[in-house]
Ligand binder design. Structure first.
Ligand SMILES: Cc1ncc(COP(=O)(O)O)c(C=O)c1O
Length: 424
């Protein structure tokens, strides 16, 4: 019987070769997803930029992929910026985000002459301006707005509503940007908003676009020349078999039609449009392979299948009740009679449930479980809880497979520990 094939590779062979738990990422799927967004924009003939949101998954190899695909890169910390710089990612294509950037990070961004910075608050505009003056630079800056749009998604990932730590509240924008001479060391080129994640409907994006264009008109009247509009990421992906995918082509087509109409009506220039997807590009490009160990059946209650990873490598179910689908990689096809409803448990000392109630064929210790769509916000959110080393990441491209992140060792786990001198 054949095994579960992911991006042309036998996943059981990958588990044998690299051991488990193992993150597997497909460059071909990353390319396919990126091209869906790119070709949707190309059809509209407008000026656009796709900023891959590095927070979803970022390593030096990922920077190389993003560079090859002609995308730009959104970073949110000195660490992400350092990763991009180490990978020689073109600095003019880097955009630096974050709701509380450290002064050292701002200096690092200026020193490296990165393409643009998104100011998240009035306070930050002041700091950005001061440091720019001191360093004698004039960075391109976009201002993040909290537009008060409630996208239909999980509450913890709604970031565009008024009660949010992100961005300048819409109502305050006209007073924050009332005078173009106030931030004279900054080249304020546009506005940004991000209304949430896992959004499947284009409507909240269009409402946000309308709100932002009206704001651009008001700020233009205040004397600002705003030529760019970043509408963020958040395009939903189907984590489960029965969810539909976000229709990117339809969204971009409707968005461009809408912006053309609205900007004509407001008598403002059609801005350059930017988007900032993370999950849509990398989420479906990743799976995680685990080995099944302990199986515990509580009669008339539940059958627990334990795997050799868990919330350390995928904290999303514990954080957001995120749902995932899985297959038994060495038993991808089976008779219905062999199917049973089970719960997948991680090995951490918490409840650590990866998947509650999934239909799988009868499992035994040693089987390989593949959890699907783990490319985004898994490796990037992983921790060493319970002193578990982080898994390796293997990249697939065509028929090739290569490590892009080595598995952590026990030695890595203690490498930053120090014993105080009174124990000498
Ligand atoms: C400002 C910003 N941009 C882009 C993203 C990427 O979102 P997604 O991965 O859902 O596309 C996020 C996610 O939190 C974000 O906060």
């Amino acid at each position: 019987m054949s095994n579960f094939i992911f991006s042309n590779h036998d996943t059981v062979e990958l588990a044998k070769k690299y051991s488990t738990p193992l993150y597997v990422l497909s460059e071909d799927i990353i390319e396919e997803n990126s091209m869906k967004i790119k070709s949707a924009f190309e059809k509209t003939m407008i000026d656009y930029e796709i900023n891959y949101a590095g927070k979803a998954f970022l390593t030096t190899a990922m920077c190389k992929i993003i560079q090859r695909l002609g995308l730009s890169l959104d970073v949110v910390s000195g660490g992400e910026l350092y990763t991009a710089i180490t990978a020689n990612f073109p600095v003019n294509r880097i955009c630096f985000h974050g709701s509380n950037k450290a002064i050292s990070e701002i200096r690092m961004a200026y020193e490296n002459k990165i393409g643009k910075i998104v100011a998240d608050s009035e306070y930050e505009l002041g700091i950005l301006n001061e440091i720019a003056e001191e360093m004698d630079v004039r960075p391109n800056v976009m201002v993040r707005v909290s537009p008060g749009i409630e996208a239909h998604t999980h509450e913890y990932v709604q970031t565009g509503r008024i009660d949010s730590k992100f961005g300048v509240p819409l109502k305050l924008m006209e007073s924050v940007l009332s005078d173009p001479n106030k931030y004279k060391n900054l080249n304020i080129i546009g506005l940004h908003c991000h209304i949430g994640s896992q959004i499947f409907d284009e409507k909240p994006f269009l409402i946000a676009a309308g709100t932002m264009l009206e704001l651009m008109k008001k700020l233009t009247n205040n004397g600002f020349e705003l030529k760019q509009l970043n509408l963020g990421g958040g395009f939903g992906i189907p984590y489960l078999n029965d969810e539909g995918a976000f229709d990117i082509e339809n969204y971009i087509k409707k968005l461009v039609e809408f912006i053309k109409e609205k900007s004509t009506q407001l008598d403002i220039e059609f801005p350059k449009i930017l988007v900032e997807p993370g999950r849509f590009i990398v989420g479906p490009a990743g799976i995680t392979l685990y080995e099944i160990g302990t199986i515990k059946e509580i009669p008339h209650t539940r059958k627990y299948i334990s795997v050799d990873g868990g919330m350390g490598d995928n904290p999303r179910p514990a954080l957001y009740n995120a749902l995932y689908h899985a297959v038994v990689a060495n038993k991808p096809k089976y008779n219905d009679d062999d199917e049973e409803l089970v719960t997948i448990s991680g090995r951490c000392c918490e409840t650590d449930t990866l998947i509650t109630d999934v239909l799988l064929p009868k499992c035994e210790a040693g089987d390989i479980l593949a959890v699907l769509n783990t490319g985004a916000y898994n490796y990037s959110m992983a921790s060493n809880y319970n002193r578990l080393p982080k898994p390796a990441v293997v990249l697939l491209k065509g028929n090739e497979d290569q490590l892009i992140v080595e598995r952590e060792t026990y030695a890595d786990l203690v490498s930053k520990d120090r014993i105080p001198s009174w124990y000498d």
